[in-house]
Design a protein around this ligand. Structure first.
Ligand code: IPE
Ligand code: IPE
Ligand code: MG
Length: 246
């Protein structure tokens, strides 16, 4: 089935969040080291971003490295950082050419200096692009972001910039790293794992969840189109009854 042609372009999710999982298992299946899987995962990233721009998706957020991932073997962490640095360096021009804006969420200060530099250069060069915003979640954990937001809200109150009675569901997310993004309407996780793994806990409140057994290095734009097609068949009720939605 050609899923792309079945997609209703007037009802695209405004934001798709992806947990790119299964790189290690993909490599293991092939008798290779885990790093081999991470390298191949980059091909999937490129294809998915191209597919997303092709149909007009405006926001894609990729879970590339979690706070918890720092606890992996040092060799793997170093290899992932190197892949990140070289990919950003190599692909910035493609982002510029395709009018893609690069954005980052997470504890950026925990990243190696060279990585921070590459990221900030790429973000500067793509700052005025507006076809698609590609957000990388790096050294990211939703609990970290939420706790951080609480801290910054407390500081704002202490400084007299914010009134305690004004703290509500609208104000709170303006203190999150994702404050410039709409909430994801679709969350995709590859590799058959059915969990959130500390990803966008606040923002995913009403997202449609889509799980596929495909390992991330095998995931391509057609799989993205299939996920969007599946999403469009669902009834999003937001607490109402089916009848109320008419
Ligand atoms: C996802 O693939 C990439 C990162 C977490 C950086 P994994 O490395 O988690 O692969 P599996 O889940 O072990 O197969
Ligand atoms: C989640 O994948 C983080 C990323 C994809 C970057 P993990 O593979 O780290 O998650 P768990 O450990 O299976 O929950
Ligand atoms: Mg994993």
């Amino acid at each position: 089935m050609n899923f792309k042609d079945q997609i209703d372009l007037s009802k695209l999710p405004k934001h798709i969040a992806i947990v790119m999982d299964g790189n290690g298992r993909w490599a293991k299946e092939k008798g290779k080291l885990r790093v081999f899987g991470h390298k191949h995962g980059v091909i999937s990233v490129k294809d998915v971003i191209e597919g997303a721009t092709e149909i007009g998706i405006q926001n894609v957020t990729l879970y590339a490295f979690s706070t918890e991932n720092w606890n992996r073997p040092k060799l793997e962490v170093t290899a992932i950082m190197e892949i990140l640095i070289s990919t950003i360096n190599r692909e910035t021009k493609t982002l510029v050419d395709n009018n893609v804006k690069l954005n980052v969420i997470g504890n950026i200060n925990a990243l190696p200096e060279i990585c921070k530099r590459e990221l900030s250069q790429a973000m500067q060069k793509t700052a005025h692009n507006n076809r698609l915003t590609l957000t990388l979640a790096l050294s990211y954990s939703a609990r970290w972001d939420i706790a951080n937001a609480a801290k910054n809200i407390a500081i704002a109150v202490q400084n007299g910039e914010l009134n305690v009675n004004d703290i509500n569901e609208e104000i709170f997310p303006s203190y999150l790293n994702t404050h410039n993004l709409p909430d994801p309407e679709l969350m995709i996780r590859t590799s058959g794992e059915h969990r959130i793994s500390n990803y966008l806990l606040w923002e995913l409140a009403y997202a449609e969840l889509y799980f596929t057994p495909k390992l991330w290095p095998d995931f391509r734009r057609e799989d993205l189109f299939e996920a969007i097609y599946d999403y469009q068949k669902r009834e999003r009720r937001f607490g109402l009854t089916s009848e109320q939605l008419g």
